[in-house]
Design a protein around this ligand. Structure first.
Ligand code: COA
Length: 197
């Protein structure tokens, strides 16, 4: 019987050259890292749902709420071997799942989230019947827009007049069409981009 529910209780290594992050279930031992990394105003400013300042009570509540929301929401801790370095989550799993993510500031700009998001999306599409995943991002967040386009998302709802939030969507078929290319390393992706120019 195939597993029809996505959960975070399996460890998944990102496939890139250094296998830099593992996706695993968040746990209470992550609380100190959650507070230190998600408490950074540069991380928090793009995350509408993240309380700021972010304190231990918020991390504890998040972990408890995740347990209660099982089946509707799932979150993966990104772990580089030293502990949690970021989070990827999917909300509204019972409708069209929506992805959200953040990474501790010192880990930015190394391709980690593009790799990890691709892996998490693969896990979601392989284990659930979801026909698409959506994302909402501010047009003034180019790094996040790049993560989404790197993983195959396309703009579905451009920002409305006076607003900056862009809606993006990745269809299941597109994920699997891109999958072979996307399983490669950063070097493979760079080569793929070069051939698309
Ligand atoms: C968004 C975030 C997760 C990106 O993580 P990351 O591991 O640094 O992302 P990656 O290295 O995989 O990719 C970043 C891409 O953005 C690009 N980028 C980074 N900063 C940029 C900037 N200021 N302007 C334009 N592009 C930028 C990088 O060049 C890279 O593009 P490429 O793959 O085409 O070369 C991280 O910046 C973060 O946690 N931000 C705060 C929280 C947040 O914004 N979450 C998303 C809410 S929708």
């Amino acid at each position: 019987m195939p597993d029809r529910s996505v959960d975070a209780h399996t460890r998944w290594k990102t496939p890139g050259a250094g296998a830099r992050a593992t996706l695993r279930a968040p746990r209470s031992a992550d609380i100190a890292r959650l507070v230190a990394l998600a408490g950074d105003p540069e991380v928090a400013r793009h995350l509408e749902r993240l309380p700021h300042p972010y304190e231990e009570v918020h991390a504890r509540t998040w972990l408890t709420d995740l347990e209660r929301a099982r089946g509707r929401e799932v979150a993966f801790a990104l772990d580089d071997g030293t502990g949690l370095i970021g989070v990827i989550s999917f909300r509204t799993l019972d409708e069209t799942p929506e992805i959200g993510y953040w990474l501790g500031r010192r880990y930015w700009g190394q391709g980690i989230m593009s790799e990890a998001a691709r892996l998490a999306l693969g896990r979601l599409f392989e284990t659930t019947p979801a026909s698409a995943v959506t994302a909402r991002v501010s047009g003034s967040n180019p790094a996040s827009l790049a993560v989404l386009t790197n993983t195959g998302f396309r703009v579905a709802e451009p920002a409305r007049a006076g607003g900056t939030t862009v809606g993006l969507r990745l269809d299941r078929a597109d994920h699997f069409r891109l999958h072979d290319h996307m399983n490669g390393t950063a070097a493979d992706r760079a080569a793929q981009k070069a051939t698309q120019r």
